[in-house]
Write a protein that binds this ligand. Structure first.
Ligand SMILES: Nc1nc2c(c(=O)[nH]1)N[C@H]1C(S)=C(S)[C@@H](COP(=O)(O)O)O[C@H]1N2
Ligand SMILES: [Mo]
Length: 320
């Protein structure tokens, strides 16, 4: 992505200056700048063999979002070692172990369907769509655990506005990257890949819907959905699709992975709702990672002021 694709000099104009400087410092610390220019491999290839096996890029000088919670953040260690990313295995520790060499270089996201300006965005182009913000969100997994994460990104509506949806665009369909060769554990996951998700257009336009490219002042670790994912804090975690490669605007409600897999347990909307239990467990409480006692789960995960109006008049027991 950012690091591998752009040549050294043009990187400066697509990268906030502070980020650019951090990267130079890093390369200098590695003893790479000036030392290896004669080597056969490019400088950046040497510094970041797979982009992931190495340190992430710092993303500093971020705007602070008014949508951020002031609750205590979980640690980076927690958020990178307790993951759901079934392409890399189903145990919470599997994604950290198995995604180390996931190659996210030369990444692009195709945006298609009912839009006036369909196009493919490289990661460099995605990073230029809007200023990056830090958004500290609560994230509530359907499995009744929760975390607080300082994500980095911008409202997904910025991308939507660029491609100009037609009046027929009533839903957005999302698709994750999938490659059996890079994700051999996926065949034991018990769900079909590529992972797919969807939103109604008005949900996708809501400013809380985050197109996310980093967390904790850095680009996204592979296990958290590198290089770009959605984060939808008022919905159960599985709606927040990782490692995005395709976004399609369409008239029809798109299929979603967990609904396809177990329709009686997972619906399309999947809004956090303490009053509608999962058929096999209660949703009224949750365990914040790192805490002993459970806490009550909040309607829309506490984001009702921003999103409740999207569902006025809908029966949320039926539309679970
Ligand atoms: N492609 C893909 N996206 C995914 C998943 C997955 O298995 N594959 N798991 C989802 C679930 S269930 C959750 S809770 C969140 C977890 O995000 P995190 O690991 O960054 O906390 O990612 C979601 N996005
Ligand atoms: Mo989840």
């Amino acid at each position: 992505m950012l690091i591998r694709k752009a040549p050294e000099l043009t990187n400066a104009d697509i990268t906030p200056k502070s980020v650019y400087l951090d990267r130079r410092k890093f390369l200098q610390a590695m003893g790479i700048i000036g030392a290896t220019a004669a080597a056969g491999k490019g400088l950046l290839e040497l510094a970041f063999p797979t982009q992931s096996a190495f340190a992430a890029t710092k993303l500093t000088g971020l705007a602070k979002s008014p949508f951020s919670t002031t609750e205590k953040q979980n640690t980076f260690e927690d958020v990178t070692h307790y993951n759901n990313f079934y392409e890399f295995g189903t145990d919470k520790g599997d994604p950290a172990k198995n995604s180390k060499n996931f190659n996210t270089s030369s990444w692009s996201v195709s945006v298609e369907g009912e839009v006036k300006k369909p196009r493919r965005f490289t990661m460099d182009e995605i990073l230029k769509i809007a200023p990056l913000e830090e958004r500290i969100y609560r994230h509530r997994c359907v499995e009744a655990w929760s975390i607080v994460v300082p994500w980095i990104g911008f409202s997904f509506s910025n991308l939507i506005n660029l491609v100009e949806p037609t009046p027929k665009a009533q839903f957005v369909a999302f698709q994750s990257y999938f490659d059996h060769g890079q994700m051999p554990q996926a065949k034991y996951a018990g769900i079909d890949f590529p992972y797919v998700e969807g939103l109604r257009m008005d949900e996708a336009m809501n400013p809380l819907a985050l197109l996310c490219v980093g967390m904790y002042d850095e680009t996204l670790p592979n296990q958290d959905g590198a290089p770009v994912r959605m984060v939808l804090p008022w919905k159960y975690g599985f709606k927040s699709i990782k490692s995005l490669v395709k976004i399609k605007f369409q008239q029809k409600m798109p299929p979603t992975t967990w609904n396809l897999s177990a329709p009686s347990e997972y619906g399309f909307y999947s809004n956090v709702n303490p009053n509608v239990d999962h058929p096999r467990w209660t949703q009224s409480k949750e365990r914040r990672l790192g805490e002993i006692f459970k806490r009550p789960t909040l309607m829309f995960n506490g984001y009702g002021d921003q999103v409740a109006s999207l569902y006025t008049g809908m029966n949320l027991k039926k539309n679970y």
